[in-house]
Design a protein around this ligand. Structure first.
Ligand code: NAD
Ligand code: ZN
Length: 243
């Protein structure tokens, strides 16, 4: 990252009156929450395809395997602490947050307005669609459990491959992105749709698009500014916070 890029991002953020953050797994990587790719490049889960672990078909075929994977992910989230980027984002009170992350690190850093496009890993919900939802004990042993309301299986309250995003959250995120004057895109490969389409929604409505990522991403082509770096290293400086 050059000093100029950081200074430009900082000036644009200072000018913005309706800033929105749009984040992905890279925002939480420095907190030690494994991305799917991290999990796939070594260790216990390297032999498993995400489709087997995070899809309705996978859950139907091997519920115990899927629940064990989520228990492992929940423990990783419970052990993790918000990093400097979460804290800087939360400290700037006028930023609205749209995230693909299922962890609660933005909330634990103090952010109030977080739209979770892909659900929240700290809850279970009814797989039968009755609407029941409950918080889970992240330290508990994984076990198949019936919904207390309708008897269908409970499952992690996240969006799996092939499933629709929660409509109310999607509509609120679309509105926030359409109204934004700056979209700060942090730590996402921007290839998972429909979520990544929100970057185009904001850009088409006239927002400046600033991308923070150590590597190339699909958002680079629509960005007004790309800042190459890790979220925890560059986001605090952009928002005027010390690390
Ligand atoms: P992704 O794994 O596809 O992409 C992660 C991106 O983060 C990459 O572009 C990578 O270059 C970048 N990155 C890595 N380290 C970074 C850092 N320190 N700072 C900034 N950027 C960094 O993730 P995605 O785009 O979020 O899409 C994957 C899907 O997996 C999402 O739908 C999400 O719901 C789910 N997921 C969520 C979590 C979580 O909640 N923490 C973790 C893993 C996966
Ligand atoms: Zn139910």
């Amino acid at each position: 990252m050059s000093r100029d890029e950081l200074a430009t991002a900082r000036a644009w953020l200072a000018e913005a009156t309706r800033p929105v953050s749009f984040s992905g797994a890279g925002l939480s990587a420095e907190s030690g929450v494994p991305t799917f790719r991290d999990a796939a490049t070594g260790g216990l889960w390297s032999a498993f395809d995400p489709m087997r672990l995070a899809s309705p078909e996978g859950f139907a075929a091997e519920p115990d395997l899927v629940l064990a994977w989520y228990a492992w992910r929940r423990q990783a989230v419970a052990r993790a602490e918000p990093n400097a980027a979460h804290r800087a984002l939360a400290a700037r009170r006028d930023v609205r947050h749209v995230t693909q992350n299922v962890d609660d690190l933005l909330e634990r850093a103090g952010a109030r307005d977080v739209l979770h496009l892909h659900g929240t890993i700290g809850d279970d919900r009814c797989h039968g669609g009755c609407g029941h939802r409950e918080p889970v004990d992240c330290g508990a042993e994984p076990a198949q459990r019936p919904c207390p309301r309708c008897g269908a299986p409970l499952r992690p309250a996240v969006v799996w491959f092939g499933e629709a995003l929660p409509g109310d959250v999607w509509r609120a995120a679309e509105t926030a992105c359409r109204d934004a004057d700056l979209l700060l895109v942090i730590g996402t490969s921007a290839v998972v749709h429909p979520a990544a389409g929100l970057i185009d929604v904001a850009g088409a409505a006239g927002a400046r698009i600033v991308v923070v990522n150590p590597d190339a991403s699909a958002a680079d082509g629509v960005a007004d500014l790309v800042v190459r770096g890790r979220a925890g290293d560059v986001v605090p400086g952009m928002l005027g916070e010390r690390k």
